[in-house]
Ligand binder design. Structure first.
Ligand code: BJW
Length: 257
């Protein structure tokens, strides 16, 4: 394990461009449930009932109740040590963590998480591939309501919330399974695969297009590494797979830089 951490630290020290892709596992230590796995959200709910456009069209109130519950849960959570290290590496504020080599290293952070914990930790240059649970857009796609607006009321009452522009139902501005990612976000994520080190952290590597990015980075010649509690479909493809908790492994690497 120590060798693996040193190897990754050395790669980061020598890199000019570092890209970090994060998933639900990064927020697990903060108390945000993951999707898959033992205590994951999909243990109790079928994604097709709650996180698809069809599910919302069928029963917007049910879907909103699930999101309202998750918003309350997330509002009570705080960024953990993994968020703090990533924020510091990106040039954001955390005086407790030394950035790898200030000024020379360009860091991009791509997250699939809809919580705002990376932002609250101060992460810069962040692409939120699956949107934000704190933003809404118009389900009826009225012109003014197509652009997401922030609504951080907790608890959310009078479900489903309404579009302030046309009065029709609003939806969470997240990317559901079967929906396209906003083109700008996907382009930014793909561009970030042109890097020297691509690090994937706390994601099951099952959901595309995010799961394909590590392979693109490899094709660009990046050194690729994964940090996860368990094996994923990416484990065999990366140069270095580190099994452990993100909130412990990332601070340990930061101490080696
Ligand atoms: C720890 C830890 C700790 C725990 N430390 N680790 C190509 C092939 C096959 C299918 C497709 C494909 N291209 C597109 C698709 C279809 C689909 C897809 O990928 N389906 C798969 C499920 C098969 N993709 C899409 O629909 C995407 N759209 C798209 O591609 O448009 C074009 C298109 C459409 C249809 C067909 C073809 C093309 C959109 C995907 C949107 C995903 N949306 C969700 C919900 C967001 C809103 C919400 O939050 O409610 O995003 S689903 C859910 O999964 C959520 C997550 O962001 C996403 C990924 O999950 P993540 O983050 O990996 O979490 P988990 O729970 O899966 O894993 C956690 C991991 O952490 C585990 O491995 C743990 O071990 C680990 N862990 N604690 C380190 N402390």
């Amino acid at each position: 394990m120590t060798d693996a951490l040193s190897t990754l630290a050395t790669r980061i020290t020598g890199a000019r461009r570092l890209t970090i892709l994060t998933g639900a596992g990064v927020s697990a230590a903060s108390g945000v449930p993951t999707f898959r796995g033992q205590d994951g959200l999909w243990r109790h709910h079928r994604p097709e009932d709650l996180a698809t456009p069809d599910a919302f069209a069928r029963d917007p109130r049910l879907v909103w109740e699930w999101y309202a519950w998750r918003r309350e849960l997330i509002a009570a959570c705080r960024p953990n040590a993994a968020h703090d290290v990533i924020a510091a590496w990106s040039g954001g504020a955390d005086p407790g963590v030394r950035p790898p080599h200030t000024g020379r290293l360009k860091v991009a952070v791509l997250t699939q998480n809809v919580d705002d914990l990376h932002l609250r930790a101060g992460t810069r240059n962040l692409v939120r591939m699956h949107g934000s649970i704190w933003e809404l857009s118009c389900w009826g796609r009225c012109a003014a309501g197509a652009a997401p607006w922030r609504d951080d009321r907790v608890p959310l009452t009078d479900l489903p919330p309404k579009c302030p522009h046309c009065g029709r139902i609003a939806r969470p501005a997240v990317v559901w399974v079967g929906e396209s990612l906003p083109a700008g976000d996907l382009d930014a994520a793909v561009r970030a695969t042109a890097c020297d080190v691509f690090l994937t952290v706390g994601t099951s590597a099952l959901v595309y297009p995010a799961a394909g990015l590590v392979h693109e980075a490899r094709q660009h010649g990046a050194f690729t590494a994964e940090i996860n509690l368990e094996e994923t479909p990416a484990s065999a493809a990366v140069d270095l797979a580190i099994h452990g908790a993100a909130e412990q492994i990332l601070p340990a690497i930061a101490r080696l830089l």
